[in-house]
Design a protein around this ligand. Structure first.
Ligand code: 5AD
Ligand code: SF4
Length: 464
């Protein structure tokens, strides 16, 4: 653990107060996963600490930060497009500070491109530098220069965990809580281990302290985050695994439920399933990405499990946890994946019966092993397979969702529904239900009778 550099916070606050007549505004936009959403909350916390107000759009902002994702090329292109679109705004408002941070900023080639082709970008920094933002802002004001921070440039690739970063949460009833950072799995298609570095677990005492503070503040849903939560505890002095951590958190008294993501099947244990079954506070839903259903492709992906082992785990969960539901990530068109291998994925998807699938066409990432593998199939072939997968999944999901109709379930009310006067809430199994109810229920529990299903959305009636 290292200590946040508070002297830069004070100096940044002073420089900001001197520089602006009115308190300046910051807009932080996040792409990609929940870890990034949680990081953006920390970025806003740091910015608020040094005197920025937070705004919800780029127009009024004095500082715009894009917290980026590098998992697929499409996400990167969107970022470049959105950054490019700020050029005009900067011309109108030369004092505007524009920054790019997060996973893309960990890649040397991307940083070079930003340096060369986007001269109006002032700050570029990676995922482990959030606490150093005040220092970078000081440099920006004092030396009037662009600040580009890369692992190995100003600092080594940091592997420590900074616990004291202030946080400004997006919601006052649902919270993200990171328990591990980085990833050691090196799935051959994935850039994450390269950009987020080695896996590190937070100490149980630090997690417990944050968790208790959230419960005390009235948070109703706490989602534990990590690239692979199931390997929690590796490298810690204490002998503790993910199931132990859940067990410990469930002992905290209060009115809340716990979710977690992402579970890697290779590390998901029977002990974990038993723990989920034993505690009401743990949602009966597992996001357990399988990626594909062919043993050969799983091996090529370096996933360390085969189809039979995965299905055995699912069976055990179904037997042990009544009403459990599953969701998964699937990659279509991994290099060399044949038609027959894709059909194995289709078959597995049908066998498991996922409530939700997050499906991706394989996107080559420079520097990963898979990017160097021969890939004879065309994008059109992959897109066709994707369409077939989506169609199969739609039928499965509609069937499963339809089966919920008629039951009355507890939901956490999250916000406004699509239709006027309606709210939406999430069931324990992660499905969304829409129902008519007063706005004051947002952030509260409600009992809702599920009356019908429209696509993936359930409709319901609020029960007294
Ligand atoms: N191409 C397509 N999908 C990918 N994912 C990770 N890397 C890639 C890639 N190169 C998907 C995986 C992972 C999810 C977060 O993103 O399915 O589980
Ligand atoms: Fe990427 Fe695999 Fe790590 Fe998930 S477990 S972040 S897919 S390398």
């Amino acid at each position: 653990m290292s200590t946040i550099q508070f002297e830069h916070n004070e100096k940044a606050a002073r420089l900001i107060a001197e520089h602006y007549e009115m308190p300046p505004l910051a807009y932080v936009h996040s792409y990609g996963c929940q870890q990034n959403v949680n990081d953006a909350e920390k970025i806003r916390g740091v910015l608020a600490d040094v005197g920025f107000g937070i705004c919800n759009g780029p127009e009024q902002a004095d500082l715009i930060l894009f917290n980026t994702c590098a998992v697929r090329e499409h996400a990167e292109q969107r970022v470049f497009g959105n950054v490019g679109a700020l050029k005009g705004l900067k011309e109108k408002k030369p004092g505007l500070i524009i920054g790019v941070c997060g996973c893309m900023a960990q890649q040397p080639a991307i940083v070079e491109k930003l340096k060369k082709s986007y001269p109006f970008v002032d700050l570029v920094f990676g995922v482990n530098s959030i606490d150093r933002l005040p220092e970078m802002i000081c440099d920006r004001f004092e030396k009037a220069k662009r600040v580009v921070e890369m692992p190995g440039e100003r600092t080594e690739m940091r592997t420590d965990i900074v616990e004291e970063i202030p946080i400004r949460r997006d919601s006052d009833f649902r919270a993200w809580l990171s328990i591990t950072y980085g990833c050691d799995n090196f799935c051959t298609y994935c850039i994450v281990p390269y950009v987020r570095g080695r896996e590190r677990s937070r100490r149980p005492a630090d997690i417990l302290a944050e968790f208790k503070a959230l419960v005390a503040a009235g948070y109703k849903e706490i989602t534990l985050l990590g690239q692979n939560v199931n390997s929690y505890g590796k490298g810690l002095e204490e002998k503790v695994d993910f199931a132990d951590l859940l067990e410990m958190l469930c002992q905290v008294p209060g009115d809340y439920q716990i979710r977690f993501m992402t579970s890697h099947p290779k590390d998901a244990s029977r002990k974990l399933m038993d723990t989920i079954a034993a505690h009401d506070k743990l949602c009966k839903h597992l996001h357990l990405p399988v990626q594909c259903g062919s043993d050969r492709v799983l091996k090529e992906m370096n996933r360390h499990y085969n189809k039979a082992q995965y299905l055995e785990l699912i069976d055990y969960a179904k037997k042990t946890i009544p009403g459990v539901t599953f969701s998964s990530d699937i990659i279509v068109g991994f290099p060399g994946e044949t038609e027959e291998e894709f059909e194995e994925t289709l078959e597995l998807v049908k066998k498991v019966g996922y409530m939700q699938l997050f499906t991706f066409i394989y996107s080559p990432r420079t520097g990963t092993k898979a990017a160097a593998m021969p890939d004879p199939f065309t994008h059109k072939q992959k897109a066709d397979r994707m369409a077939r997968l989506l169609k199969a999944q739609e039928e499965i999901a509609f069937e499963l969702i339809g089966r919920q109709v008629g039951s009355t379930q507890r939901v956490l009310v999250e916000g406004h529904g699509r239709n006027e006067g309606t709210l939406n809430g999430r069931l324990d199994n992660n499905l969304v239900v829409e129902f008519t109810a007063p706005e004051s229920l947002i952030g509260q529990w409600a009992q809702v009778k599920l009356t019908s299903a429209r696509g993936a959305i359930l409709l319901g009636e609020l029960q007294a």
